[in-house]
Structure formats: C-alpha cells, structure tokens
Design a protein around this ligand. Structure first.
Ligand code: SF4
Length: 378
C-alpha cells in the first residue's frame, strides 16, 4: 500500500498578536498577503515530487490565521496542490480559524472549495481571560462560530483550549471545560501554557501585574480534563488531543507516526521519511528567496537509522497506542526492553511508564512529565 503524505501550509498573518504567541506570524496587510500567496504558489509549483511523496490525503492550513486570506486566495493554493500532487478524494482538509472573524458566507465558501475540517483557537470561554491574552474574540463569538460552521456543513470541528493561564482558577477552568463539552465538537486540543522569554504575558508576570499559577494547579487542571473527557466518551488519543471515534486529526497523526509530509510557507517544517527540513522563519527572507528563485529552506537534517529509531519511540509515546514492541523490533532491529533496560526500570519505578502485553506506553502520571520521559529515549 502506498503511504500517503500530508501537506502543511503556513499562513503568517493575524488580526493582532496574542500575548503568549511564539508562532511566525505578523499583522495582515492585503498587498503583503498577495505577495505571500504568489510566493506560496511558486514554492508548491517548484516542489520536486518523488513517487513516494506524490500521494496526499491530508492538507492542513495553519498559522497565523489562514482565514485572513480570501476564499479565492485559499482556493488558488488548494488548486496548486491539486495540480502538483495526487490528492485523495476523501482527503482531510483543515484550516485553523479564529472565532469572531468569519462570516457565514466565508464558512460556506470554505466548504465550497473543499475544506472539511475546522480547528478553532478558542483558548478560553472566560471573557476576562481572553482579554488578558489579547484574543480578538469573546466567548460568545466562539459559541457562534461553531454554530455557524455547523450550519455551513462542517461536522469535523476541533477547538483548542489553554490550561494554566496566569491567575486562572480551577473553577474557571472547569467552566471552560463544561462550555467546551456543551458545544459537542468531536475534537478538543488542550495545551498547557508555556511562555517564551519575550512574550508580553511573560513581561506582565515579571513586572508583577499578573501572577503565574502554581505548577501543581496546572497539573490538577490537566487531570480534571482527562477525567471529564473520559466521561464524555472522548478517546485521549494523544497527550494533548481528545476525539470522538473517527474524528482524530489524520494530519497531526502523521507527525506522530513518522509519516511523510510536505511543508510550504515561512517557518514550515517537513519530513520525507529520510530528511527533516524547515523554511526560514523570517517572512522577508522567505519572500526574497522565493522571488529570487532560491530555496527557502533554512535547515535540513538527514536522519540516521538511530535517529529514526529513537524518534519513533518518543513520537509514539505521545499516542495512547504507545510503542508496539515486536513491530519496533521488526522495523528497527532494536529490542527496546534490552536496549533501554536501566532507563525503563527507572521510569517504571517512578510510575511514568507502563507495559501491557506487547505495548509500552506513558502512564497517567507520565503524561504531565512527558518531556522527561522522552528525554530518556533521545
Ligand atoms: S491567533 Fe494564533 S497565531 Fe495568531 S497571534 Fe494569536 S496565537 Fe498567534
């Protein structure tokens, strides 16, 4: 069977910059957006497509806010993908979107050009929290966006929430979860807030204007979520992702299962099964290079057999499926229990790793210390 690749497209524009954001994104300007779309089309057109990377069954527009582009611009990008690749008829085609910025007609337009999945950056249902992180929408906008998207025919909808915001109380978090489940979207992603040094939110904490919450409280929030999602029959299929059956993100699963994926646009990162590459994070540099007929790739790393083997472990540990040990041995010639005997012993003793028949997976306690577990296998 031919392994199907994914395509990631980065759209680096947002209405304003959220106070915690570390993505490659800036303000939307229509002339700049036109120039960017033209560059993206060239980059897609120039891709050297091998047989192994021709067949595609997921396309994901991320950012930034891809829906700052017009329907015609998004359509032209999708058309370029169709010209260049063999796209499966049932491909999952997702765009990230922000509530409060999309009209009913726009949702209908997205459906008409082929999008069948939406990922909304909701982050919170508490207006004071949304204001604190400088989101452009309020809680009502989020509820309305999901309703409008459904009316336009979207069934496969995901919402993102953030746990561990400064000053966040457990009661607010529980309310955020109750609101999220009440919307009954079939997919939820939850991220624990991690602030980079220069984030405006971090500066406010440093200046004493806001109080970061205790790490133990953030961990407690995560467990409240894990239990509430289970009660709502969501499968906790990846450390930060929950889905009703059949609504797992097929695109994101490619990242965790070692499948290949294309990447186009500023800061986008791809993998062809042998090499990981990433484009420059600087928008001007990206545009200049593409317009000069040069490659926008800033970094390229060819993976050794050992890199692939250790990556397979820590990526699969992110998944509820965990690592299938006989399959791992057949693929990489490595008996995990022998190779990592001492490390596994320590992780098991700490209650962070567990085994069930042929499977090794991260435990409930290990999920909140996942980076420490992964580090052992890298
Ligand atoms: S909408 Fe998303 S990408 Fe844009 S600034 Fe906010 S967090 Fe960053």
């Amino acid at each position: 069977m031919i392994e199907q690749a994914g395509i990631y497209l980065h759209i680096p524009f947002c209405a304003s910059r959220c106070h915690y954001c570390n993505f490659a994104t800036g303000g939307y300007e229509s002339e700049l957006a036109k120039r960017y779309v033209a560059a993206l089309l060239s980059e897609i057109e120039r891709a050297e497509v091998t047989d192994a990377m021709r067949h595609v069954d997921t396309i994901y527009f991320g950012g930034g806010t891809p829906t700052t582009l017009s329907i015609e611009q998004l359509d032209s990008i999708l058309a370029a993908c169709h010209r260049k690749f063999s796209i499966a008829s049932k491909a999952e085609i997702t765009t990230e979107a922000n509530p409060g910025t999309i009209s009913t007609e726009y949702f209908q337009g997205l459906r008409a050009i082929g999008f069948n999945r939406l990922s909304f950056g909701v982050q919170s249902f508490d207006d004071a929290e949304l204001k604190m992180i400088d989101r452009v929408h309020n809680a009502n906008d989020a509820r309305a966006a999901v309703k409008d998207a459904r009316q336009a025919g979207f069934e496969n909808i995901s919402i993102d929430l953030i746990a561990g915001l400064p000053e966040q109380k457990m009661a607010t978090w529980q309310n955020n979860l109750a609101e999220a489940f009440a919307l009954a979207t079939p997919h939820i992603s939850v991220y624990l807030l991690e602030l980079y040094q220069d984030a405006p939110l971090q500066h406010r904490i440093t200046r004493g204007e806001l109080r970061a919450i205790d790490e133990d409280l953030t961990v407690a929030m995560y467990y409240v979520l894990v239990d509430a999602a289970a009660q709502q029959s969501f499968a906790h299929y990846e450390i930060s992702n929950w889905a009703q059956p059949g609504f797992e993100s097929r695109h994101n699963l490619k990242y965790w299962t070692g499948a290949p994926y294309w990447a186009f646009g500023v800061s986008a990162a791809g993998y062809d099964g042998e090499t990981r590459w990433s484009n420059t994070r600087n928008l001007n540099e990206y545009l200049k290079r593409i317009e000069a007929g040069e490659s926008p790739v800033a970094e390229r790393t060819e993976l050794s057999a050992e890199d692939k083997q250790s990556e397979a472990i820590f990526l699969q540990l992110r998944l509820q499926h965990g690592v299938n040990l006989p399959r791992h041995q057949a693929q990489f010639g490595v008996d995990v229990k022998v190779r990592y005997h001492d490390e596994i012993g320590r992780l098991q003793e700490a209650g962070l790793l567990e085994f069930e028949k042929d499977t090794m997976r991260i435990s409930r306690a290990g999920k909140v210390l996942a980076n420490e577990v992964f580090a052992v296998f890298i």
